[in-house]
Ligand binder design. Structure first.
Ligand code: HEC
Length: 417
């Protein structure tokens, strides 16, 4: 019963998290576009109006006016936009906790990188997020704050360095997810500790008839700018853990860095378009180039090449085997034995692995037929990437991965890897 509850709890929290994230990013996109698209007001606008926009939606027209800094009289019911952000972080943290801390042995820990106990890995994860925010906040408050571009460059290096540290401590998916969670924490903490409090001080000052300190608005604006450029990368990183070629290869931290650049370039296209109606098409060219580099990096030789070289001499006599079909391949017996000893305890109709009451993702790897049918997935998860076994808990050896690759390649007449 507990397994069912845990599974649905995890799904429920994920649902909540995606919905709140849509609400947050959606309203954020809307306000960025609105703000950048404001035009000089026509006619005689009310005192204090610095820009206006006309929009059409839902069967009516909207005439939006922005007061800078504030209207003469503060309205009674002022809508604040903050719970979208807070709820996204809270539900995200709950999901991180359920999947990566409760399930640390499968998702977070990779003993080949750092042999951490469950509590230790979870603690490092949480401390990393808290410390990560403090360092970011410190950098933003340093003299660097006077130069937006220099600040962004330093922050970029900082996030990539953090991602590298995560990649040395955690499994690939754990590292990518913590990089995403660090960015998300920075974004929500910007709202919670800076943007909203500063705005509250401004509102209080205005109500009391004082002139608000312009530094408050400036600092908030700078953090908003960071949040704007971080929205696309954070979503990419959160989704990346479903794609082993993104997270389970040795350059995952570099991929995280490139994703930051790619997301920022795409945002830049839209920011410029909203502000000036100019379309900087080169942004898409650059984004495509970065994506191509990411794809290349995910297939870069590394551990795979070393292991393959070692195995090549041993298996050389078998090369040229004419077997086409996977099932009749001469390499099949070996592959079958490997899968049965390294994967079946989890991927079985009645899994032996404690805590599993059905095969993960309902992928069965028990019988010869199971294995043949799933050749493509095995290739993705265990040959091209190191996603499976999770954290290599069952000790799949490099040479065994090569043996799996041999088998898959030998059957490539009937199947394209
Ligand atoms: C300790 C248990 C365990 C072992 C051993 C294990 N797996 Fe998995 N496997 C999992 C879990 C957990 C998931 C679900 C991962 C996820 O949610 O993306 C999974 C998912 C998969 C998937 C589906 C991935 C997807 O996203 O569609 C494949 C394919 C797979 N494993 C193959 C293998 C192979 C091949 C081996 C042996 C080399 C192996 N697994 C060993 C636990 C295990």
């Amino acid at each position: 019963m507990w397994t069912y509850f845990a599974e649905w709890l995890s799904f429920g929290v994920r649902w909540l998290h995606v919905v709140t994230a849509i609400a947050w990013i959606g309203s954020s996109f809307y306000f960025i576009a609105l703000d950048l698209g404001l035009r000089q007001p026509h006619g005689a606008p009310p005192a204090g109006v610095g820009g206006e926009a006309w929009q059409v939606h839902g069967g009516g027209f909207y005439h939006i006016q922005k007061y800078m800094v504030a209207p003469a009289h503060m309205p009674d019911d002022l809508t604040w936009f903050k719970w979208e952000s807070y709820a996204t972080w809270l539900s995200g943290f709950a999901l991180l906790f359920l999947v990566y801390y409760v399930g640390a042995d499968l998702y977070l820990i990779d003993a080949t990188r750092a042999d951490l106990p469950v509590w230790g890995a979870s603690l490092i994860g949480m401390a990393g997020l808290a410390l990560g925010w403090l360092v970011y906040d410190g950098i933003c408050k340093s003299p660097l704050r006077k130069n937006d571009t220099a600040l962004l460059a330093v922050l970029f290096v900082y996030v990539v360095a953090a991602s590298f540290v995560f990649s040395q401590l955690f499994s690939g998916r754990g590292a990518m997810l913590h990089t995403g969670a660090l960015i998300a924490t920075i974004m929500t903490a910007n709202v919670f500790f800076l943007i909203i409090p500063n705005q509250k001080i401004v509102v209080a000052d205005l109500k009391a008839g004082r002139t608000p300190d312009p530094a408050l608005g400036k600092a908030a604006k700078q953090r908003s700018l960071h949040n704007n450029y971080l929205t696309l990368p954070v979503i990419f990183l959160m989704l990346s853990n479903h794609y082993p070629l993104a997270f389970a290869t040795q350059y995952n931290w570099a991929i995280a860095g490139l994703v930051l650049l790619m997301g920022a370039v795409i945002r830049h296209f839209f920011n410029t378009m909203h502000r000036t109606h100019r379309k900087l098409w080169w942004c898409w060219g650059l984004a495509a180039l970065i994506f191509a580099i990411i794809i290349t990096l995910s297939g870069a030789p590394g551990w795979r090449a070393e292991a393959q070289a070692a195995e090549a001499s041993q298996d050389a006599r078998l090369l040229g085997d004419p077997a086409r079909a996977l099932g009749t391949s001469r390499y099949f017996e070996k592959a079958e034995a490997i899968i049965q000893s390294r994967c079946s305890m989890c991927h079985a109709r009645a899994p032996l692995w404690p805590g599993l009451n059905h095969a993960p993702k309902l992928v069965y790897l028990e019988t010869a037929d199971d294995i043949i049918v799933n050749a493509r997935l095995i290739d993705r998860q265990s040959v091209r990437s190191h996603a499976m076994p999770p954290g290599n808990v069952t000790g799949l050896e490099p040479a065994e991965r090569v043996a799996l690759a041999r088998w898959i390649e030998s059957g490539s007449g009937s199947y394209k890897p």
